[in-house]
Design a protein around this ligand. Structure first.
Ligand SMILES: C[S@@+](CC[C@H](N)C(=O)[O-])C[C@H]1O[C@@H](n2cnc3c(N)ncnc32)[C@H](O)[C@@H]1O
Length: 227
């Protein structure tokens, strides 16, 4: 490629990254997602909303739980009026035994069940059923296909924008990141929750990606494709 063309490409990429970092400074939002219980902060909800408006193409969410992050993406899809595919997965647990059966193996230790998850199991429902109800109440259910189950087993297409809330530490990153890469197109935008400095370094070591920024605990990356 000629030097001028490379310069042009770099400058468009820089402009685009600048937009992702500074979507609309100072504008205060009140998102529908704030009414859904979950661990996602309002600032993180807003960043997901903004990112949805700035990206194009299909969207994958891993870990909708009760639908707080899902509602942030879905509301942006509603506002943008763009017809984009949005698929979201969560493990279909209905009991504390289900939770231990999965996470104790992943973490190789006894993992305590979070209080909010205990409340779900007490209702005998999957998080997907409750997320669906929450999204219906907000008029956002038609913007997303909610799937109960493991994305690794059930999903086999690629996406342009991926939000993952299931890579909180080394074991989960090592388990899920290769499957996320397999489902990412080149230049896919990744938004990963619970990104400590250590987690960001592991992501960069284990993938061909660039770190863009972190907003609260939400880390943004640009996937550069297979090496
Ligand atoms: C921290 S919670 C998600 C919170 C949610 N994003 C919110 O806004 O409140 C993480 C979720 O990821 C789900 N999860 C973990 N591994 C998964 C996998 N392989 N496939 C689908 N869901 C997964 C868990 O069941 C859990 O509900």
């Amino acid at each position: 490629m000629k030097l001028q063309a490379v310069r042009h490409l770099m400058s468009s990429m820089n402009r685009w990254l600048y937009k992702i970092k500074n979507p609309n400074r100072g504008s205060k939002k009140t998102l529908l997602a704030y009414s859904v219980p979950g661990w996602f902060s309002q600032e993180e909800c807003e960043k997901l909303y903004d990112l949805t408006l700035l990206t194009r193409g299909s969207i994958l969410e891993i870990g909708h739980f009760l639908g707080r992050s899902t509602a942030s993406i879905a509301e942006a899809l509603k506002i943008s009026e763009e017809n984009r595919t949005f698929t979201s997965y969560d493990l279909g647990f209905v009991s504390e035994e289900d939770f231990h059966g999965f996470f104790d193996k992943v973490h190789k230790k006894d993992v305590p069940v979070p209080k909010l998850a205990k409340k779900i199991y007490a209702q005998g429902k999957t998080s997907t059923e409750l997320a669906k109800r929450n999204l219906e109440n907000l008029g956002l259910d038609t913007y997303v296909k909610l799937v109960s189950g493991n994305f690794i087993d059930l999903d086999n297409v690629t996406y342009d924008f991926i939000f993952c809330d299931a890579i909180h530490e080394t074991n989960e990153i090592t388990l899920n990141l290769p499957h996320i890469m397999r489902r990412s197109v080149k230049n896919c935008i990744w938004a990963f929750h619970d990104m400590s400095d250590a987690n960001i370094n592991i992501i960069l070591e284990q993938s061909n990606s660039l770190f863009i920024e972190r907003v609260d605990r939400l880390g943004l990356f640009l996937y550069l494709g297979e090496k």
